[in-house]
Design a binder for this molecule. Structure first.
Ligand SMILES: [Zn+2]
Ligand SMILES: [Zn+2]
Length: 573
């Protein structure tokens, strides 16, 4: 039984307990343990002693016992009992945005609904609005949520696709008869969700390349295999398509298969006006049909006398015009990031000790971190009381005393409540080096209300950063209604930074909002919101999203040294 399977059982127990209305701390403990298992590198079923299980952060003794039972017998009595009390198919309902455990149980109790299809039917027949605590609007939200779910069902998150594709590319380029290998399509453009996973290689021995690809250890099933195209399904269930081209056509094929479609069409039109033709085989003179290039991707931009456009910008949103004028922004890169400003430690609901966070941050060459545990009012996420904060401060001070080339910033993630107020008094807030404030509830308020809550937080003289500003969870929860333009203007006026939360299912602010921020002149902090130290590597997806929003180094505050950063934070003034 693999980690993923075990994590699923533990996650389901948490969800079932939630439906049953059990203690939220218990629910959280199961969800936390499931996350912890997913983040492990060792196989749980090879962990034979309870002591070893206990040592894994996030897994308490009681849950460890249950996991032992599951690994040993392939079953868990507790889970089986729960499944008798609640039909497990109710868990499926909770995947619909706006349907939480209470509503799932209500729909089951009152209408015997156990599947998303049945829920859709009931909502279409206007049966939901008449239930207690439901309304016409809530019913419409459920219909919208189901359409959203179905739309996203065909797409996967960038971070589910990227590591597998990266691993396969690394194996492919090692073979001597494979000249080049790259990701293509929306994956190379680093879109937040991916339709198909496309890879491209060049080789003079295409059949051999195809054989090798189809026999990679990740491959579970081969759907099609030929000398120009292969399709496989990998063990996680994702489909991956490989194209094989001749080395002399690689550049034009890479351009063609990277897209976007709109970008390629626009580029072809521009070529046509200059008497050139571009396709996946090369770039040609229309009159003479002579091939002018195509071996390198740069051949195309050179022949069109424009700058080479980074893949993350190829969405036909004006980048071609800017490249022709040689005015492309100098995009931010991963190496520009000097620290992560939104991290949770085991003082709140994170799983890593602060010293382990520091160690990991140093291993990826950061020079500072902001430890922003949850504030008091988010009890369920282990929010800290002022007394606990004082103890945490001592630990941070001690660490800082020992470190001479690294700084731990003592921070907090406040909750912006439904009136726009936050957890602590000014006296408590003064003690922090850095303050993030975020909305964690009251999502259904009007656009005016939510915008005003955010504006009043930005006008708090202690708040430096607004965390995950639109609150979306990709594929699960739509963004709350918020007037982004007003927020961006106020951010600029008050010197507050807006977060680009790089957690893979958030990416919030998203690319279009970031581009607006740049135009308005509001500054961005790219953070990960990591709850386990190793999740700090998600910064990769944040930087890619920043590139998609055309951001440069100067638009992002955590590209600065710690001294420069501290100068522009409000809390220090
Ligand atoms: Zn948060
Ligand atoms: Zn957070």
């Amino acid at each position: 039984m693999g980690n993923e399977k075990i994590a699923e059982v533990i996650q389901n127990i948490g969800d079932l307990l939630e439906i049953l209305g059990e203690n939220p701390f218990r629910v959280r403990a199961y969800h936390r343990a499931a996350n912890s298992i997913r983040g492990l590198t060792q196989d749980i079923d090879k962990t034979t002693t309870k002591k070893e299980l206990d040592a894994i952060p996030g897994i308490g003794s009681g849950i460890a016992d249950r996991i032992m039972e599951l690994v040993r017998t392939g079953q868990m009595e507790y889970y089986e009992d729960l499944k008798e009390r609640v039909p497990p198919s109710l868990l499926e309902l909770m995947r619909v945005p706006t349907v939480g455990p209470k509503k799932a149980k209500q729909f089951y109790d009152e209408l015997k609904i156990t599947s998303v299809d049945q829920l859709y039917e009931a909502a279409s027949k206007k049966l939901l609005r008449i239930l207690p605590r439901m309304s016409e609007k809530a019913e419409q939200n459920i219909l919208d949520g189901i359409s959203q779910l179905r739309r996203y069902h065909e797409r996967i998150l960038l971070y589910e696709a990227y590591p597998i594709a990266e691993r396969m590319i690394l194996r492919l380029v090692k073979e001597s008869y494979i000249k080049q290998a790259d990701m293509a399509g929306s994956l190379r453009r680093m879109k937040e969700t991916i339709g198909d996973i496309d890879l491209l290689v060049s080789s003079n021995q295409p059949s051999r390349a195809a054989d090798f690809f189809c026999s990679l250890p990740e491959v579970d099933k081969v759907l099609a295999k030929g000398p120009t195209k292969c399709s496989v399904v990998v063990k996680t269930g994702l489909q991956i398509d490989l194209r094989i081209v001749a080395p002399k056509e690689y550049g034009s094929a890479l351009q063609y298969f990277t897209g976007s479609k709109e970008h390629s069409i626009h580029l072809r039109d521009i070529a046509k006006k200059r008497g050139l033709k571009i396709n996946e085989y090369g770039i040609f003179n229309v009159k003479t049909d002579k091939k002018l290039g195509g071996e390198r991707e740069e051949d195309i931009s050179e022949l069109l006398e424009m700058q080479m456009i980074p893949p993350t910008m190829r969405e036909n949103k004006g980048e071609i015009e800017v490249a022709i004028e040689h005015r492309l922004p100098d995009l931010i890169e991963l190496k520009d990031i000097k620290g992560d400003l939104h991290l949770h430690s085991n003082w709140s609901d994170g799983l890593s000790k602060i010293k382990d966070i520091v160690e990991f941050a140093r291993s990826i060459r950061y020079s500072y971190v902001g430890i922003c545990d949850h504030a008091e009012r988010l009890k369920v996420a282990g929010g800290l009381t002022p007394r606990e904060l004082a103890r945490r401060k001592k630990e941070i001070d001690k660490l800082n005393d020992r470190l001479d080339d690294f700084v731990v910033l003592s921070g907090i993630e406040l909750n912006i409540d439904s009136k726009g107020e936050v957890d602590y008094s000014d006296e408590v807030l003064e003690e922090f080096d850095i303050v993030v404030a975020s909305i964690h509830g009251g999502f259904s308020q009007s656009k005016e209300q939510i915008t005003n809550r955010t504006l009043s937080a930005m006008n708090n003289k202690h708040i430096d950063i607004i965390g995950h500003p639109t609150g979306r969870i990709i594929g699960k929860r739509p963004p709350y209604e918020i007037d982004i333009e007003r927020v961006l203007n106020e951010a600029k006026n008050t010197g507050t930074f807006l977060e680009l939360n790089s957690f893979p299912d958030r990416l919030d602010l998203k690319d279009d909002h970031l581009r607006m921020a740049k135009e308005i002149g509001a500054k961005i902090a790219i953070s990960t919101d990591a709850h386990i130290a190793s999740q700090m590597i998600f910064i990769n997806y944040g930087v890619a999203t920043a590139q998609r929003g055309w951001l440069s180094r100067n638009d992002v505050v955590n590209t600065r040294s710690v001294d420069e950063l501290l100068k522009c934070l409000k809390s220090v003034v």
